[in-house]
Design a protein around this ligand. Structure first.
Ligand code: GTQ
Ligand code: FE2
Length: 378
């Protein structure tokens, strides 16, 4: 340390001592606090951090833990009376018990047993469903019954009536993603139960899908390579279901075009090209075996669901090994890179970036070097 630095430090210490022992100054701080005020100069470093400091931590929930717990809940907890929705919410240990995957995102595993119905209701938070396992369930959205199969994405936009009905004899499991914490932060939560357990279904199932096909919906309009960057739309997508066959086809095409270790599509509102909901983006990522995706970090939170395959991700220097059925969260500004083994892997992602992009605060950067792994999760 130079003499100048030593002097400066000594001066600062002396000033702090003087402040601490100045009765007039102490009285000022007491009176400020008593008046329900806070002096910015004592808290500015906590508030205006150089980069985002999310309280949520990188975390992973294993399907091998989630799935048996959901199965036990199917056996023990009724869903129709009192039970409402049988949902296990991903609860990030950094969030002091709040039931959120990240500060802005709700993520959960929902399940239904044979012939069960999760009662109809509507709320201001918007939701997406990504099916992981099972068949026979449809989600009815404003009278349109959307059949759900593994790999399908189903939207229940904010304000839309929705219920989930299992018409079959099997168990069904899917990932729920909601903007609930965002809408809560905006003090804008409204919820309303429907007078009936199931809302009436108008006509044949999958009306939005047929309407979109009849309008000549080119498959290109339902997803774009990479991510939606520009278009903003306060309206959610009118197309309520995105089929796995189409997603798989687009990913296969993209993977065949090049050699990149990771190819991505984002699901889009076919009318505007914007993200599927005004608050939420959904994507699907195919990780080639052997390679490693470029290390990137972004502002905004993401939740991933491993749909197919196995591999690991390095998140903020920590290695998270995963396999199909696992779910993990990448909090804002944590660096992430993905590796797949075997035949490669498909990762579904949920993000809050449409909101950040709309407000002009989204940032993304690629790091020059792969991350050093300092720790292994779990
Ligand atoms: O299925 O309607 O995970 O309202 C959280 C809130 C699912 C749903 C969740 C919900 C739902
Ligand atoms: Fe709901």
């Amino acid at each position: 340390m130079s003499t100048a630095e030593e002097n400066r430090e000594a001066e600062a210490e002396a000033a702090a001592r003087a402040e601490a022992s100045d009765p007039e100054l102490e009285a000022l701080y007491r009176d400020i606090e008593a008046a329900e005020l806070r002096p910015l100069w004592t808290i500015t470093e906590q508030l205006l951090t150089p980069t985002p400091r999310p309280r949520a931590v990188p975390w992973l929930w294993r399907g091998s833990v989630l799935r048996p717990l959901a199965e036990r809940a199917i056996r023990l907890v009724p869903v129709e009376r009192g039970g409402e929705r049988r949902v296990l919410s991903l609860t990030n240990p950094g969030l002091a018990g709040r039931p959120y995957a990240a500060g802005t995102l709700w993520g959960a595993l929902q399940c239904l047993g044979p012939r069960e119905t999760a009662p109809a209701h509507r709320h201001t938070p918007g939701a997406i469903r990504f099916v992981t396992e099972g068949e026979g369930v449809w989600t009815t959205v404003n009278g349109d019954a959307c059949d759900m199969r593994p790999g399908d994405l189903v939207l229940t936009p904010g304000g839309a009536w929705h219920d989930h009905a299992n018409g079959g004899d099997g168990h069904m499991y899917w990932f729920d993603g909601l903007d609930l914490p965002m809408i809560e932060a905006l003090d804008a939560i409204f919820f309303e139960p429907h007078p009936e357990l199931r809302q009436p279904v108008e006509g044949a199932h999958n009306a939005s899908e047929r309407r979109f096909a009849a309008e000549g919906g080119a498959s290109a309009a339902t997803m774009v390579p990479g991510a939606v960057r520009g278009a903003l739309d306060p309206e959610p997508s009118g197309l309520l279901v995105y089929r796995w066959e189409e997603t798989d086809r687009r990913l296969t095409e993209l993977a065949n075009e090049g050699e990149e270790p990771l190819v991505s599509v984002e699901f889009t509102n076919p009318r505007s090209g914007a993200s599927v909901l005004p608050t939420l983006s959904c994507g699907m990522h195919r990780v080639r075996p052997g390679g490693a995706s470029a290390p990137v970090r972004r502002s905004g939170n993401r939740v991933y669901v491993v749909f197919r395959g196995a591999g690991h991700s390095v998140i903020a220097g920590r290695r998270f090994d995963w396999t199909a059925g696992d779910m993990f969260v990448v909090p804002s500004w944590a660096a992430e890179e993905h590796h797949a083994t075997g035949a490669g892997a498909d990762l579904f992602s949920l993000g809050d970036d449409p909101v950040l992009r709309a407000l002009g605060v989204f940032r993304e950067e690629t790091l020059p070097e792969p991350q050093e792994i300092t720790d292994v999760f779990g």
